[in-house]
Design a protein around this ligand. Sequence first.
Ligand SMILES: [Ca+2]
Ligand SMILES: [Ca+2]
Length: 82
Amino acid sequence: MSRVSIGALLAMLMVTSAFAMPAEIDTDGDGMASFAEIQAFYPEVTEELFGEIDLDDDGYVNDEEFLEAVGEELIPDPVTDA
Ligand SMILES: [Ca+2]
Ligand SMILES: [Ca+2]
């Protein structure tokens, strides 16, 4: 029973990390993408668009905001468009 739960948990973690912020974007590895990091990867992203991606307005795009932005096609999927 517990073995199944751990397996499910691991599978979830693997899925999550597969969709997390790519290291190609998060170049300093802090888990968040700053405007500079986003713009280095997506030169077409303006400050205005970054504001739309940065839902909680803290100046950084976290995994959740990044996924949302890709899902809403504000920015291209870095995996499929690589
Ligand atoms: Ca970063
Ligand atoms: Ca944010």
